[in-house]
Design a protein around this ligand. Structure first.
Ligand code: GAL
Length: 352
């Protein structure tokens, strides 16, 4: 009798364990909702390593590229894929640290990688903030690949806009290039409806945001470069970074953060009729508790909700500077009203 009871209990325990494991597997691995700020695992059950991320939709598949901070491997950029935005399969390393240039005997590293597809060359083109310790290298890195998951081949490091500015003295580059290019830090790329691509980046030691049209291959700036025609200074002297552009009803929106390093601050959204500006601030779109800290995160991307014309996902990083690999992802939905305004509020859990 006693034995039977024990066996029954054991079976119950086993059934319970299997059921909880299945549940956990379904919600964490396949994923069925977003839980901002929690640990997000890939379909193998490992925490997703794609910080400062960028997203590409190609042949009905979403690709998520980001800083791979997995300790102990020489990965610069990781790539994940998904068909529903909830479950992410690790495709592997898209760009290896060993493929990055060494400049003046000092290694470089990647932040905020973004990938776009060029239908003419059939190449996937990655733009990134390429940096060295000290953050004064401040260049755009460009890499290409024949397939979305890579591996990407590093092409060059440049400052896209040749422009004298007041910040040359901060640039230690001994070649004299310091007189030519504006610094390039937090960035994003955007492909417009007409197929032209643009790079947004924090220039002039983060004081002024720049936007520059890309050449036909998407691997450099459109040339000859003409201010306010192929490139422009926007958010002049506003000291903004973390640019996340999107388009709604023919207008260009640009969500940015302030510049406080890994520490969170208040977001801003600016809007323009022309991608090169001028942009006008709409203020901080976040509302509610921690709105002044962007819910403890920093903008990296805005993705249109699949199948919707007015709903978007605000994507941000909750940085953990003491343990960067453990930094989290904060994705929140928002809807743009027909008058062009919107707010973003915290959601513990949500589905699109
Ligand atoms: C932030 C930037 C991050 C990273 C960090 C380093 O301002 O957005 O991408 O560069 O500084 O302190």
């Amino acid at each position: 009798m006693q034995k039977n009871y024990t066996i029954k209990l054991q079976w119950r325990y086993l059934a319970f364990s299997v059921a909880s494991w299945l549940l956990a597997t379904v919600s964490v691995m396949a994923g069925s909702e977003f839980r901002p700020g929690e640990v997000w695992s890939d379909t193998d059950g490992n925490p997703i390593q794609a910080h400062g991320g960028g997203f590409l939709v190609h042949s009905n598949v979403y690709y998520w590229y980001g800083e791979d901070r997995t300790p102990g491997i020489r990965s610069a950029v990781a790539c994940y894929s998904s068909t529903n935005l909830y479950g992410w399969k690790r495709e592997g390393v898209a760009l290896w640290q060993t493929n990055l240039p060494v400049v003046n005997d000092r290694r470089t590293f990647v932040e905020r990688p973004k990938v776009i597809y060029n239908p003419r060359t059939k190449k996937f083109v990655m733009w990134m903030h390429l940096e060295q310790n000290g953050y004064s290298y401040a260049r755009a890195g460009i890499a290409t690949s024949d397939s979305p998951a890579g591996p990407f081949t590093f092409l060059k490091a440049i400052r896209p806009v040749a422009n004298r500015n007041d910040f040359a003295t901060l640039d230690p580059d001994p070649t004299g290039e310091k007189l030519l290019g504006s610094m390039f830090r937090d960035m994003n790329v955007y492909v417009d409806d007409d197929g032209r691509a643009y790079v947004f980046y924090a220039g002039e030691d983060n004081w002024t945001m720049y936007v520059a049209s890309l050449d036909d291959d998407f691997t450099g700036p459109e040339l000859p470069a003409v201010e306010n025609k192929t490139w422009a200074k926007i958010l002049v002297r506003d000291h903004r970074e973390g640019p996340a552009p999107f388009k709604y009803r023919g207008k260009y929106y640009l969500i940015t953060s302030a510049c406080t390093g890994w520490r969170p601050n208040a977001a801003d959204c600016a809007v323009a009729n022309n991608i090169l500006g001028p942009y006008k601030s709409l203020g901080n779109p976040c509302i509610g508790e921690n709105a002044d800290l962007t819910f403890k995160s920093q903008s990296t991307f805005v993705l249109p909700v699949p199948g919707s014309s007015d709903r978007f996902i605000f994507m941000a990083d909750e940085w953990h500077p003491q343990n960067l690999p453990d930094s989290r992802y904060v994705w929140l939905p928002f809807t743009v009203r027909t008058n062009g305004t919107f707010t973003i509020s915290w959601q513990e859990r949500w589905k699109y």
